[in-house]
Design a protein around this ligand. Structure first.
Ligand SMILES: NC(=O)c1ccc[n+]([C@@H]2O[C@H](COP(=O)([O-])OP(=O)(O)OC[C@H]3O[C@@H](n4cnc5c(N)ncnc54)[C@H](O)[C@@H]3O)[C@@H](O)[C@H]2O)c1
Ligand SMILES: O=C(O)C[C@H](O)C(=O)O
Ligand SMILES: [Mn+2]
Length: 540
């Protein structure tokens, strides 16, 4: 189908705006619809950046960028690619949390998303076809909005996380924006203020659960697979009771990925390897404490556990290095309401003289002397001075990762962690943090956010159209981020900087594609060529 006239200007994939040449304007019947001067893409970028810079708040900046995306995808990504560091917190976390909480009130445009309602299941196929509009979809990010970041259940408003994650795929790894589709599964919401809000745009009923819920997810997966057989299916921010079930159901049969479980596991392992590269310690000597053992906490624990086993420990030996703390305190084998993912990492009460007192983080830190403390609890400020000083009293370079997002939920601030440990802590945070000056040293703080790996992992997997996403491919991604940061520099970060996101996404993509080839999960033979062939660039 040929687009011309206003249809062309209104198609954000094809629109070049003021960059349409005189000839193109004539040929496509848009002469007179634009100011006469023909601009270059660079001039458009300059003008857009000026406008962006004049907005006062992150929210206003984000709204401006979303408008730009809706007008001209090429311009949006060219601009994004030139300001990755500056735009990430605006296009993505933490600002995206504000737009999700206020989605129904801020709403202007559905941004190509497919809205699938559990109440209209016969429409699934038509909805996916309508939203894809004939495009060859290779990547879907789907959410059901139940476990958005750490802010919980936001129903259909969670669609913005699918939109935002996809924008990062393109900015970081050059995934073709024409090949992606954001999807939200609207199964209701349990957030009372949304149900009571007349302007709430989702289904006004509580979440549907059980068989009806899982059948709906099944129907979506099956329909999407039929329509888009080469698709990479990325699950995001599902609730704690469903995320792992869904991953386990599909991971051995289709090319699928759970970002909160697997993506977070990869980036945290990469961060820990980076920290150990600085401290020159061994992974198998570490004592690991997970504070918050939900989707992310348990997913990370499993990844670090697997890494210890790969480094030579038996499963039983490796398990002894792990402690999980959740709402109930330290998790024991007799703790009530354990999730299946928590069970393998519980402890026996008989291991402790004071087991019944281990109901809070400080008591557990005192009892087990962790060398690594990872926070995925959604509980702000819980890495207190007392907790951190106790930890630092028993290990030379404590590895401390407060990963809860968005900013308001982080377990601690990097500057406090450095102060409380006299600059010894090896830190990574979930959200971006400016470098911290302490005692004359500039400490760079790594961002352990899955956004540093999922784009490359996805591009590599899609490039070779791997049958599934294997543990080997995941492992490869985790080991691909080493060697970029110089660990001998004082204040070195444990992870490479977001400003190099595009570069190391390619390293991850190439490594993952090669691993898929080595494991015979693809018919492709040349990883680098496959990745380069799939990579999209913003240009006219
Ligand atoms: N940095 C990253 O890349 C990344 C990735 C995924 C998740 N996260 C963050 O991790 C957090 C958790 O996400 P999730 O998907 O695992 O959510 P989740 O709901 O599955 O898990 C949260 C866990 O914290 C526990 N918890 C609640 N209160 C607690 C308390 N007082 N003490 C100890 N534990 C407590 C809950 O019981 C639950 O098990 C969120 O803030 C999210 O933004 C960060
Ligand atoms: O979205 C993020 O910033 C990371 C992660 O997927 C989360 O749920 O917090
Ligand atoms: Mn997430």
């Amino acid at each position: 189908m040929k687009y011309e006239g206003l249809d062309l200007l209104n198609n954000h994939f094809l629109n070049k705006g003021t960059a349409f040449t005189k000839e193109e304007r004539k040929e496509n019947h848009i002469e007179g619809l634009l100011p006469p001067f023909v601009q270059t893409l660079d001039q458009q970028v300059e003008q857009a950046y000026e406008n962006y810079s004049n907005k006062d708040t992150f929210l206003a900046k984000r709204m401006y960028l979303m408008d730009l995306f809706n007008e001209n995808v090429t311009l949006f990504y060219k601009l994004f690619s030139q300001h990755v560091n500056e735009f990430m917190p605006v296009v993505y976390d933490p600002t995206i949390a504000d737009t999700i909480e206020n989605y129904s009130h801020l709403f202007l445009d559905p941004q190509n998303a497919a809205f699938l309602s559990i109440d209209d299941q016969d429409d699934i196929e038509a909805s996916l076809k309508n939203a894809s509009a004939g495009r060859d979809i290779k990547l879907i990010v789907v959410t059901d909005g139940e476990g958005i970041l750490g802010i919980g259940d936001w129903g259909v408003q969670g669609v913005d996380i699918s939109v935002g994650k996809l924008m990062v795929y393109t900015a970081a790894a050059g995934v073709d924006p024409k090949s992606v589709l954001p999807v939200v599964l609207d199964v209701g919401t349990n957030r009372k203020e949304l149900l009571a809000d007349d302007l709430y745009m989702g289904n006004h009923h509580e979440r549907v659960t059980g068989d009806k819920y899982y059948n709906f997810v099944d129907k979506f997966v099956e329909t999407a697979e039929n329509l888009f057989p080469d698709m990479y299916l990325h699950f995001e921010d599902f609730g704690r009771s469903n995320a792992a079930n869904i991953l386990n159901k599909y991971k051995d049969n289709i090319l699928t990925f759970n970002d909160d479980i697997q993506g977070t596991g990869i980036i945290t392992l990469a961060g820990i390897l980076g920290a150990l590269n600085i401290s020159k310690e061994k992974l198998t000597d570490q004592v690991y404490l997970s504070f918050g053992a939900g989707t992310a906490g348990a997913g990370i624990t499993k990844r670090i556990f697997d890494a210890m086993v790969e480094e030579g420990l038996s499963e039983d030996e490796a398990r002894k290095h792990f402690y999980l703390v959740d709402k109930q305190g330290l998790l024991f084998d007799d703790t009530e309401d354990l999730t299946p993912e928590q069970k393998p990492f519980t402890r026996k009460r008989s291991e402790f003289a004071n087991a019944d007192e281990l109901t809070n983080l400080e008591a557990v830190v005192k009892a087990v002397h962790p060398t690594i403390l990872v926070g995925t609890s959604t509980q702000p400020g819980t890495f207190t001075e007392a907790v951190i000083k106790e930890m630092a009293a028993h290990t030379e370079r404590p590895i401390i990762f407060p990963l809860s997002n968005p900013t308001k939920l982080a377990e601690a601030k990097a500057e406090d962690l450095l102060k409380w440990t006299d600059g010894k802590a090896l830190i990574a945070t979930g959200i971006p943090v400016e470098p911290v000056e302490y005692n004359g040293v500039t400490y760079h703080i790594g961002q352990a956010n899955n956004a540093l790996v999922y784009p490359g992992l996805g591009l590599g997997s899609m490039a070779v159209n791997a049958k599934i996403l294997s543990d080997g491919m995941i492992n490869k991604a985790a080991h691909s981020l080493g060697g970029i940061v110089d660990p001998t520099q004082p204040g070195a970060a444990v992870l490479p900087p977001v400003s190099q996101l595009d570069k190391f996404s390619m390293t991850v993509a190439n490594g993952v594609a090669q691993q898929a080839i080595d494991e015979k999960l693809t018919t492709a033979t040349d990883a680098k060529k496959a990745v380069a062939d799939l990579k999209w660039e913003p240009k006219y």
